[in-house]
Design a protein around this ligand. Structure first.
Ligand code: HEM
Length: 511
């Protein structure tokens, strides 16, 4: 297959792919030059593929022929624990999803409105007091947005106020420290990731419990989340039928997935015991970490783009204010705000919460292709044989910028593309819709599709309505405060000195 020349035996193309100052500065050009499946080199000259072809992505999502890459698997083991959703496969995965999915339904997500609104108002209050002093109204919005996002997620999962915005939360502080350090990508990290397959799984399983200073953050995080999750688990037995509305309640009252797994496979018949406190903590940690940074960064980038496009910002605010006048601030129809929806869709397209995911083929298979590729030998192929052990990247950010699908202006942030009567990416070009929302790859697709996508979109809607109604946002003029999108598992704003921040000038509005 064609692909970029490797610049080093040690790092292959990974420094350009993963460590470039501006995320995608090589990747998006490579897609244009080499197509939607091309070859890359990893560390030690390992063969890797980049895949953004719609039919290939659907195939990867819907077969058992692929599993998570070693790096992602072992990181999820350390962060969340044994038996987490990302490590589950087959029937066990299906069972866990079935237990959790009603909690992620449209109806259940709507019930989260009071917590989302209340937290967004607390964030607005904290910004109001920050900008009311004599000092500059330029503040790092990314920090406050992330704290608010974790306050929301923590409270809806654990039914306990987290109070990170008041600076009173161990969870908030420790999760920030942990995710910030886990997200640092460096040349030595690339080599460590390449060596992962040779480190036994059991070591990752026991690592958080080992008395090493470097693992202190993991231990602290596990201690805090274990304590919080088991406190909630003890109360759910008093909930009666209301346990179905509670995330922890659902986990506690349904039989453990292990017992289900054995029963359906007729291997052993075991009594259907409910999940242990330890299992509940694993699932709580999974949701807290996967849901926080992804959604928090989407809100942060929305504020950045609004600040960059002042006329669009004024139009979205006018749309919100008209809706508030019509129905009152407590009864807003969030689906009836086309400009806000266009903004959110364009954010999810240009700044997907997980731009790249890793997979390894666990058996030989053949990838179907929507867009044929020309091999180095000049042959046009519309299927691609894959060998067991092949490493590949699911290139979601590349898919969202494919000019053949989204138009020649796909690299431009242009919310207006969502306002026409036709969708900007015609599903007939991709062989059917990819993903659960707006033909975007951002939440992936198939059985491992993001379960939190409705929650994330609703949180974006509620928080942005509250903030836009209260403040205007502008970019500061100094070059030190200009930001660029950088990869840190998700896509984060970084300033010229490399810190993760989004400084914006915020001004309070009347009424
Ligand atoms: C804008 C926000 C979000 C984006 C862009 C996003 C994106 C994704 C993507 C691309 C995947 C697939 C990963 C893979 O298979 O390699 C995924 C999976 C997942 N997401 Fe999200 N996510 C978001 C918000 C959330 C929220 C709010 C939650 C939970 C509260 C959540 C929980 C999960 C979980 C548990 C999985 C694993 C699903 C499984 O393996 O069955 N996500 N997400």
């Amino acid at each position: 297959l064609p692909g970029p020349t490797s610049t080093s035996w040690l790092f292959g193309n990974l420094r350009e792919l993963l460590l470039s100052p501006v995320y995608g500065q090589h990747e998006f050009h490579w897609q244009e030059e080499y197509g939607t499946v091309y070859a890359l080199r990893g560390c030690f000259n390992q063969s890797r593929l980049m895949v953004s072809d719609p039919a290939a992505l659907r195939f990867i999502a819907n077969t058992q022929a692929f599993t998570w890459g070693f790096g992602q698997r072992k990181a999820s083991q350390m962060l969340f624990g044994d038996g987490n959703l990302f490590l589950a496969r087959g029937e066990r995965h299906k069972y866990l999803r079935a237990v959790m999915s009603p909690w992620f339904s449209q109806r259940s997500v709507r019930n989260m409105l009071p917590i989302m609104k209340d937290t967004a108002r607390k964030l607005a209050d904290s910004w109001e007091s920050e900008i009311s002093g004599p000092v500059s109204p330029c503040i790092d919005v990314s920090r406050g947005v992330h704290t608010a996002s974790l306050d929301i997620l923590g409270e809806i999962l654990l039914e306990t106020p987290i109070n990170g915005l008041r600076g009173e939360s161990d969870l908030s502080r420790i999760q920030r420290e942990l995710t910030d350090s886990a997200a640092i990508l460096s040349p030595s990290g690339l080599i460590a990731e390449a060596l992962m397959p040779y480190i036994p799984d059991w070591l990752f399983r026991v690592a958080p419990k080992l008395p090493f200073e470097a693992l202190r953050q993991f231990r602290k995080y596990w201690t805090v989340t274990d304590r919080m999750a088991s406190a909630v688990a003890k109360q759910v037995h008093n909930l009666g039928e209301d346990y179905k509305q509670s995330f922890v309640g659902r986990l506690c009252k349904f039989p453990s997935p292990w017992s289900y797994f054995f029963r359906i496979n007729n291997l052993v018949t075991v009594a259907a015991g409910s999940m242990s406190d330890e299992e509940v903590s694993v699932h709580v940690r999974t949701m807290l970490i996967t849901g926080d940074d992804t959604t928090g960064n989407s809100i942060t980038w929305a504020l950045y783009e609004l600040a960059r496009l002042p006329t669009f910002q004024a139009n979205v605010r006018a749309e919100i204010r008209t809706a508030v006048q019509k129905s009152g601030p407590e009864e807003i129809d969030y689906e009836g705000l086309p400009l806000l929806t266009a903004l959110i869709n364009e954010i999810l397209r240009m700044y997907p919460g997980l731009p790249l995911a890793e997979r390894i083929a666990v058996e030989d298979c053949v990838l179907p292709l929507t867009m044929p590729i020309i091999t180095n030998a000049g042959e046009t192929i519309s299927t691609l044989p894959i060998q067991k052990g092949q490493f590949l990247y699911i290139a979601m950010a590349s898919y969202n910028r494919n000019k053949a699908l989204w138009g020649t202006d796909a690299d431009e942030f242009r919310p207006e593309r969502w306002l026409g009567s036709e969708p900007p990416c015609d599903p007939s070009k991709t062989g059917g819709a990819l993903g659960p929302y707006a033909t975007l790859a951002s939440f992936f697709t198939g059985p491992m599709v993001c379960p939190g996508y409705r929650l994330a979109i609703f949180e974006l809607q509620v928080v942005l309505v509250e903030l836009l109604n209260k403040f205007s946002f502008a970019l500061p003029s100094g070059p030190a405060e200009a930001v660029r999108p950088a990869l840190a598992i998700t896509i984060v704003p970084k300033t010229s000195e490399g810190t993760q921040r989004l400084p914006l000038i915020i001004r309070g509005l009347d009424g």
